[in-house]
Design a protein around this ligand. Structure first.
Ligand code: FES
Ligand SMILES: [Fe+2]
Length: 389
């Protein structure tokens, strides 16, 4: 795919200044963003391998909501609000587990099947307005692609392929579903989620902030080939690739790797690291020998939790000498460098002197993202069920 021009068409470029500070700390903006972006879009919430057997389950927070993912006895992957239909307690308390045959609410012991149906509700038969068949866990939509589990709290709207098919088409040539989790880090960051997306969307900061990254993939290498507000119209993902300097082979401490490459990758892929933001909160980074994702979860207007996971080909992990730390440690260093500057930028958003800044010509995706967010926030409230944006 040819690189697109660095500059967006003027009509799509949005404001010449970066967003006003309040967008990064105002609780009312935060609530709208949760509702518009996190409760109405497909979100990458985990890996299929984490829910491989009937009875496997996981809970996870999405904004103020908590969702329950479970593999049903017939093998179907299901999702529910983790919300008891009696008086609203969380039904499942552990973050994960295996071998579940039903879920029993810890408050008054209503019980639910793995398919969400209400099985037992003591002293409820005959109560006015109570229908057992209508009192199951509220379902949410779940789907899979590339070995990832995706969930959407919006009951209707686009299917997962309908929403993200153009992104998936870029990588359907690779057996990403076969990759396995080889390492994971979590971080709490003192920054609004959008500051983290913006940071991931440019490498203007890479020379001063990430000397180790810049040594392997110089910040001016590569190109953007997908834009939120590109010439082909708005899309829910943006990014491109960077190229290795010299004969470097991967993002590792040394720049080299003995691990096998991901099957199906080409000679061109072996010279690149692909970086995409999948709106709203997935950072997808394909390296020659591993796939890395960051999931960026807003936990307050000014704080985020980052899950950073690394997936490798099974053949690499079967090697007794398999050691992912050369990649994970490098990214841990890069991550911490990012979180530090993101927290510093977050602090500036509260300054009474801050009135927005100017984008460099190395930040077209940041400008796109900011314009995309501003456009969505300015829209009239979309009706629930529309699946917007
Ligand atoms: S709140 Fe769950 S049984 Fe009462
Ligand atoms: Fe960075």
């Amino acid at each position: 795919m040819p690189p697109v021009p660095a500059e967006a068409p003027e009509s799509a470029a949005g404001s010449p200044t970066t967003p006003e500070g309040r967008r990064y700390w105002d609780p009312s903006v935060y609530e709208i963003e949760l509702d518009r972006f996190f409760y109405r879009n497909w979100l990458c919430v985990g890996r299929e391998e984490q829910l491989s057997k009937p009875g496997d389950f996981r809970t996870r927070a999405v904004g103020r909501e908590q969702i329950l993912l479970v593999r049903d006895t017939d093998g179907t992957l299901r999702g529910f609000y983790n919300l008891c239909r009696h008086r609203g307690s969380r039904v499942v308390v552990p973050a994960e587990g295996t071998g579940a045959r039903s879920f029993i609410c810890p408050y008054h012991a209503w019980s639910y099947g793995l398919d969400g149906r209400l099985l037992g509700a003591p002293h409820m038969d005959g109560q006015p307005g109570f229908e057992r068949s209508e009192s199951g866990l509220h379902p949410i939509r779940v789907a899979t692609w590339g070995g990832f589990v995706w969930a959407n709290l919006e009951p209707a709207g686009k299917s997962l392929p309908g929403a993200l098919g153009p992104f998936f088409a870029r990588f359907d040539r690779l057996p990403l579903a076969d990759l396995r989790l080889g390492g994971r880090r979590e971080y709490e960051v003192e920054a609004n989620w959008k500051i983290l997306v913006e940071n991931f969307s440019e490498c203007y900061h890479c020379a001063p902030v990430h000397p180790a990254l810049n040594r392997l993939t110089p910040y001016l290498s590569g190109a953007n080939d997908a834009r939120f507000l590109g010439p082909s119209g708005p899309g829910p993902f943006a990014g491109g690739y960077m190229e290795f300097a010299g004969d470097f082979e991967s993002m590792t401490r040394t720049g080299y790797t003995r691990r096998p490459r991901i099957p199906g990758t080409t000679a061109e892929d072996h010279r690149r690291v692909y970086y995409y933001v999948v709106f709203p909160n997935l950072f997808f980074s394909l390296h020659p020998d591993y796939l890395m994702v960051h999931r960026c979860w807003p936990t307050s207007p000014t704080h985020s939790r980052i899950e950073n996971e690394f997936y490798f080909p099974p053949a690499a992990m079967a090697d007794p000498a398999f050691d992912p730390d050369d990649a994970i440690d490098l990214w841990d260093e890069i991550n911490r460098q990012d979180w530090e500057v993101c927290a510093l930028a977050q602090q500036g958003m509260r300054s009474r002197a801050w009135s927005g800044g100017r984008y460099s010509d190395k930040e077209p995706l940041v400008r796109d993202f900011d314009a995309f967010v501003a456009r969505e926030l300015a829209r009239p409230d979309p009706p629930s069920g529309s699946g917007e944006p």
